[in-house]
Design a protein around this ligand. Structure first.
Ligand SMILES: *Cc1c(COP(=O)(O)O)cnc(C)c1O
Length: 422
């Protein structure tokens, strides 16, 4: 099946249960076992089925299957937020004493999580340049457990050199994890390019209407073989897990990465997604490809308008031919589309703030991927705690304005921006 069809039908058999056309919300904490043997079989994985909503839920299960199919993966697992998806994906492979390699172009929350919070768990993050991966391989050692990057980064809108990163991961037997939140499954499927694990914040374009927080982890087929082939690095997958009566994950004929997130991490840390939020995401994923297409074509029109405006010094949008990321966007993303994120520079800090304060249609919000257009001034808000050097390293100047272009008519958006710029 093609992705547009999967987005509408994947993972749900409407002839089961009541024949409900809309996926039913299983708003329940737990599930009745037929008898004690059934219960024992479920816990021993001899039979699969729901036990408790922290671990599995039938509504969430539909979203997991649908997303795994969309990304061309073997399995998926939903969690409560994009942040918890990243955290679980990392600690599923790394422990105290290990290190991970992370891109220099990441979402701010990922940066603090990976460089500060998990450091206190004894996991060190080393930074590499994801736009060309030129300093990646030399930093890999015996304790490196994962390479983490964003396909299209938020907020820098940089495109990773995905082929180079995947090659280095494969050559060295190190797991690659790609955050595909901004590109979305509609523009890019990392697994089809050889990435091992994909994470998303479903709060952004997947939701598309700013109504829920969510996260998902998706794994490629064949990770059990990968763990066995790289046994020294990933021995906790190939040796008995004392916390699950000696279970060896690679002996279980189920996709291993999500299995361990579910059995060990959701069991113990428990950032489960609520069934209602899964249902909301099942509604919005039906229109993901349509929306991302429109976000991208709208953004290209706005980027061209800004480029021609005399108050605008420069525009950063990978859909513009003169952009440094243009060739990579053309190569990797469906139809060369580049999402709804744009940033641009004006002359002064005051002018940047004035633009934010003068727009009417754009909302001043620190979110992206909403159907409503959003605007931010990173230097005075999201990035205000950073030093001037860190700001520059993150591609943020006091004169930078960021836009997340929504689904409105571009004539109205242009009129609003034009007024605010003059
Ligand atoms: C927003 C975002 C996250 C974090 O997701 P939440 O759902 O807000 O926890 C992670 N990665 C990227 C690229 C994001 O844009």
């Amino acid at each position: 099946m093609q992705n547009e069809t999967i987005a509408v039908h994947g993972g749900y058999n409407k002839k089961e249960g009541y024949g409900s056309m809309s996926v039913p919300i299983a708003q329940t904490t737990a599930y009745a076992f037929r008898d004690s043997e059934h219960a024992a079989n479920l816990f021993a994985l001899k039979e699969l089925g729901p036990i408790y909503t922290r671990l599995t839920n039938p509504t969430t299960d539909v979203l997991e299957q649908r997303y795994a199919q969309l990304e061309g993966g073997a399995a998926a697992i939903c969690v409560a937020s994009g942040q918890s998806a990243i955290f679980y994906a990392i600690v599923n492979v790394a422990e105290a004493g290990d290190n991970i390699l992370i891109s220099d172009k990441l979402y701010g929350g990922a940066v603090t999580l990976l460089t500060h919070t998990i450091k206190r768990f004894g996991i060190e993050a080393k930074i590499f340049r994801s736009e060309d991966a030129s300093d990646l391989e030399e930093q890999i050692d015996d304790k490196t457990k994962a390479i983490f990057f964003e396909s299209l980064s938020n907020p820098q809108i940089a495109v990773a050199d995905i082929e180079a990163i995947v090659d280095i991961g494969k050559r060295n037997g190190v797991l690659t994890i790609c955050d595909n939140t901004v590109a979305t499954a509609a523009l890019f499927n990392p697994i089809k390019w050889g990435v091992d694990v994909v994470v998303h914040s479903t709060s952004k374009y997947t939701n598309g209407q700013g109504t829920t927080i969510g996260g998902i982890i998706i794994e490629r087929d064949g990770l059990a073989e990968f763990f066995k082939a790289n046994e020294n690095r990933y021995s906790h997958f190939t040796t008995p897990d004392a916390s699950y009566h000696g279970l060896v994950y690679t002996d279980v004929p189920l996709p291993n990465f999500c299995l361990r997130v579910r059995l060990a991490l959701l069991r113990d840390i428990g950032a489960a997604q609520s069934p209602h939020n899964s249902w909301l995401l099942i509604q919005t994923i039906e229109t993901l490809a349509l929306r991302v297409d429109k976000h991208s074509s709208n953004a290209l029109i706005i980027a061209k308008f800004l480029e021609a405006h005399d108050k605008v010094k420069s525009v950063n949008y990978p859909g513009l031919e003169n952009n440094s990321e243009y060739a990579k966007a053309q190569k990797y993303f469906e139809g060369g589309k580049a999402s709804g994120l744009i940033s641009f520079e004006v002359d002064t800090y005051e002018e940047a703030k004035n633009v934010i304060d003068s727009v009417n249609l754009f909302s001043v919000v620190v979110n992206i991927g909403d159907s409503k257009s959003l605007i931010t001034h990173p230097a005075s808000t999201t990035h205000s705690q950073m030093s001037p050097e860190d700001l520059a390293a993150n591609g943020v100047n006091p004169t930078t304005v960021r836009l997340s272009i929504g689904l409105e008519n571009t004539d109205d958006l242009i009129e609003d921006l034009n007024k605010a710029l003059n």
